[in-house]
Design a protein around this ligand. Structure first.
Ligand SMILES: Cc1ncc(COP(=O)(O)O)c(C=O)c1O
Length: 389
């Protein structure tokens, strides 16, 4: 008997996990490994957020909440979206999920199925591809140009479209490319989506982390027509260093929000009750944590970009957002997996092969790690690249 559903057999096992497992094994053996794999801020969750969740626990706020989240948190999110993003959503249009990853999954499951195509600009966050496959829909990968800062153009979007296109996934600021779309660039993509009646999933989880005064623009704020087609995704993981709390949210037109609530009510039910109290404290409390974290990322980004770009044979687009560098290593003649495997074996540096994000010409380095790790790791990468020439 074949016990597995076909959808599970098309899933790609995580390439990143293999490297990660090797790095962990080396560390456990006492080897001094420099890790650049982290996908989460290396800061603790601010104390006032932890206090609010702890108080909720002590008060016995430990039972089911409405599946869509507490009315208080949904109202706080709607207020945030209005104040910070220029988005008018009623609290009933906001559904709180178990992390932004869960938000993306719910959004895709709620809107896509057999026969639907989903446009994903590459390099992409690896989970999008697998989520589309889990929904039995078809991913359509559209490579973006490094020379263009890895941003999809309206023409590229139009060229990828077929009568089956249902959804496009945009992620600005982007993991892994660091691309941040300008208002004009988003406007051009929105025009195509509106013309062709294509839904857009706008993953804005890194909105608080942009550089050189680049503003973050929320796609759905660009007009009623694009608002009607957009599912906005955001959350608490990256802005407040709350990755383990598992809290994200979607804001969408009424029927989509209702469908997502319904899916959630039959799968995970509500996000964790006391974590939601922490999220309210995050949105309503002191925001200085964000600027402190941002300052650290600004410093690391400048240092890291300068060092990477100075390595002969390496080119690197300067990321405008998030906390990743995506250097191009294709001049060395190795695929990204082989490059990362050898880098780990020979210099004890762990990076993520770009092939995991749809580009074999690149590797991804997170700078959600200490300056000490960055400094030492980059020296080793330079030595490794030197040895390949
Ligand atoms: C682009 C992108 N979207 C969503 C997520 C998921 O965030 P969360 O931890 O809230 O599930 C991540 C996490 O790495 C991400 O990089």
């Amino acid at each position: 008997m074949n016990s597995l559903a076909p959808r599970t057999t098309t899933l790609t096992p995580s390439l990143t996990l293999a490297i990660d497992a090797k790095a962990k094994k080396l560390k456990a053996e006492g080897v001094d490994v420099c890790g650049f794999g982290a996908g989460e801020p290396d800061f603790d969750t601010p104390q006032h957020i932890k206090d609010a969740a702890a108080a909720a626990l002590a008060d016995g706020f430990t039972k089911y909440t409405p599946s869509s989240g507490t009315p208080e948190l949904r109202a706080a999110i709607a207020e945030k979206l209005k104040k910070e993003n220029g988005l008018n959503y009623k609290p009933s249009q906001v559904i709180v999920n178990c992390g932004a990853k869960h938000s993306c999954y719910n959004a895709i499951i709620a809107t896509c199925g057999v026969g639907d195509e989903v446009v994903i600009p590459a390099p992409y966050w690896l989970s999008y591809l697998e989520m589309v496959k889990l929904a039995d829909a078809t991913p359509v990968i559209v490579p973006t140009q490094e020379a263009n800062g890895f941003k999809l153009t309206a023409d590229e979007f139009r060229a990828a479209m077929t009568p089956a296109t249902k959804l496009i996934i945009l992620n600005s600021p982007s993991n892994p490319t660091g691309a941040v779309y300008t208002k004009e660039e988003l406007q051009a993509l929105a025009e195509v989506a509106v013309e062709e009646d294509i839904l857009i999933l706008s993953d804005e989880i890194y909105e608080k982390i942009t550089y050189d005064h680049t503003p973050h623009v929320s796609l759905a704020s660009l007009g009623q027509e694009i608002y009607d087609l957009t599912i906005t995704v955001n959350g608490f993981s990256k802005a407040y260093s709350m990755t383990g709390w598992r809290l994200g949210y979607i804001a969408a037109p009424d029927p989509i929000a209702a469908a997502i609530d319904s899916i959630q009510s039959h799968s995970t039910s509500n996000p964790t009750s006391f974590a939601q109290k922490g999220a309210i404290a995050a949105l309503k409390g002191d925001q200085s944590f964000i600027s402190d974290m941002h300052r650290a990322f600004v410093e690391r980004r400048a240092f890291m970009h300068e060092k990477l770009a100075s390595i002969p044979g390496v080119t690197c687009v300067k990321p405008m957002g998030a906390f990743y560098m995506l250097p191009n290593i294709s001049s060395f003649g190795l695929g990204s997996v082989q490059f990362c495997e050898r880098l780990l074996e020979e210099q004890k540096v762990a990076c993520v092969p770009g092939i995991a994000f749809g580009s074999d010409a690149h590797i991804r380095l997170s700078y959600a790690c200490s300056m000490e790790n960055i400094t030492k790791g980059l020296e080793r990468i330079a030595a490794f690249c030197g040895s390949l020439k």
